[in-house]
Design a protein around this ligand. Structure first.
Ligand code: ADP
Length: 333
C-alpha cells in the first residue's frame, strides 16, 4: 500500500493551533515523505510561540509513529513558509499613519539586509509612491506579470496609484479592486522573500478578499491613542483573528507630541490607551512612534526617516518583525 495514503490523514488529524484545521488542510505542513521506515515532515511554525511549537512537534510525532510501518519520525520546523511571506499592515480607520509606518518599516527592514518589497493596496489613498520617492515611475510588464519599480531606498514596490494615469481618480469597486490588488501581489518580485502589504483602512470586503487569497503570515495593527481609533483598532484585531492571520502586534502611532521648540512632550489624546488595549486583548505591544513633525515632513517629502543613518525610531520595530519571523528555536534536523 502507498504509505502516503495512511501518513497524510494521520498528519492531517493533528490540528493547526491557530486555525483548528488539519495541518495539511491549513497549509502548515506539506505532504509527508516516507523512505525506508522514516517519515519526514516539514512544518511551518510561523506565528506560533515556542511552547506551541514544542507541543505541535510532539503531537505530530505521536500521530505518525502510530502508523504501521513507521519506525522513525523526523520533524523539521521552519518559519520559512514555502514561497514568499506576506505581512499585512492594517488599521481600523484612515489617517492613523499606517502608510507612513509601512514605508518606514520596509526601509528599516531593507537596512537590516532583508529582501523586502512593498505593495500599496490602499485603494482609498495610495501614498507609497510619494513616501518611497517613486512618483512618476511606471511599472513595466513581463507577459502577464508586472515588474515592481525600485525605490531609491532599495525597496521594490507596486502601488494601486500606478495602475491609473496620474491625476485620474478611480472609484474602485470590490471585485475590480480585488483583481487589481491580486496583480500587484502576484508580480515578478524576484528574490523578495518578505512582502509588506499596506492594506486599505477598515475591515471590509476588499481586505477580506486580500487576506483569504494571500494568507499573510502575520499582521501588524497601527492605532493612534484616540479612543475612536482604538475602537476601530479592535475591529481590525477581530478581523485578523477571524481570518486566522496571526497578529504580530500593535504599534501605537502619534503617541505623545514633542514640541519642536521647547521639547516638552504632551499627550493630547491621553497616554497608554493603545498599550492597555493590546494587553487586554493579549496582543504583543510593539511600541510607540511619537507624533513628530520631522516624521511628517520627511516622510511626505519622500525621505523616510528610517533611511537616515542612526535611525532609532523604526529600526527596533524592524528587529521585532525579523525576530517574529525567525524564531530562536532551530530546526530539529
Ligand atoms: P494612513 O495610511 O493611516 O491613512 P498616513 O500614513 O497617510 O495614514 O498618515 C497620515 C498623515 O499623518 C500623513 O501626513 C503623515 O505624514 C502623518 N503622520 C503619520 N505618522 C506620523 C507621526 N508619527 N508623526 C507625525 N506625522 C505623522
Amino acid at each position: 500500500m502507498d504509505m502516503t495514503e495512511s501518513l497524510s490523514p494521520a498528519l492531517d488529524s493533528v490540528a493547526d493551533p491557530i486555525s483548528g484545521k488539519g495541518l495539511i488542510a491549513s497549509g502548515r505542513a506539506a505532504e509527508p515523505r516516507f523512505d525506508n521506515g522514516t517519515v519526514s515532515v516539514v512544518i511551518d511554525v510561523t506565528g506560533l510561540s515556542g511552547d506551541a511549537r514544542s507541543k505541535l512537534e510532539a503531537s505530530v510525532k505521536q500521530a505518525l509513529i502510530a502508523v504501521p510501518g513507521v519506525e522513525t519520525v523526523r520533524v523539521a520546523m521552519t518559519a520559512e513558509k514555502r514561497g514568499r511571506k506576506i505581512i499585512a499592515i492594517g488599521s481600523g480607520k484612515g489617517g492613523v499613519g499606517k502608510s507612513t509606518l509601512s514605508a518606514n518599516l520596509a526601509v528599516a527592514l531593507k537596512r537590516m539586509g532583508k529582501k523586502v518589497g512593498l505593495v500599496d493596496a490602499d485603494i482609498y489613498g495610495p501614498s507609497q509612491s510619494r513616501l518611497l520617492s517613486t512618483e512618476g515611475m511606471r511599472p513595466t510588464a513581463q507577459g502577464q506579470k508586472m515588474d515592481p519599480v525600485i525605490s531609491p531606498f532599495g525597496v521594490p514596490m507596486l502601488s494601486m496609484a500606478q495602475l491609473v494615469r496620474p491625476g485620474q481618480a478611480i472609484a474602485w469597486r470590490g471585485p475590480m479592486a480585488g483583481n487589481a490588488l491580486g496583480q500587484l501581489v502576484d508580480a515578478e518580485w524576484g528574490d523578495v522573500d518578505l512582502l509588506l502589504l499596506d492594506l486599505p483602512p477598515g475591515t471590509g470586503d476588499v481586505q477580506l478578499t486580500m487576506v483569504q487569497k494571500f494568507k499573510p503570515a502575520g499582521a501588524i495593527i497601527v492605532s493612534t491613542p484616540q479612543d475612536l481609533a482604538l475602537i476601530d483598532a479592535t475591529r481590525a484585531i477581530d478581523f485578523f483573528n477571524q481570518s486566522q492571520v496571526p497578529i504580530i502586534g500593535m504599534i501605537e502611532n502619534m503617541a505623545g507630541y514633542a514640541c519642536p521648540h521647547c521639547g516638552e512632550v504632551s499627550d493630547p489624546f491621553g497616554q497608554g490607551g493603545a498599550q492597555a488595549a493590546a494587553v487586554s486583548m493579549q496582543l504583543p505591544f510593539l511600541g510607540r512612534v511619537p507624533l513628530d513633525i520631522g516624521i511628517r515632513t520627511a516622510s511626505d517629502a519622500g525621505r523616510p526617516p528610517a533611511a537616515e543613518e542612526g535611525d532609532t525610531v523604526f529600526a527596533p520595530f524592524a528587529q521585532k518583525i525579523a525576530d517574529w519571523l525567525n524564531p530562536a528555536k532551530p530546526a530539529s534536523f
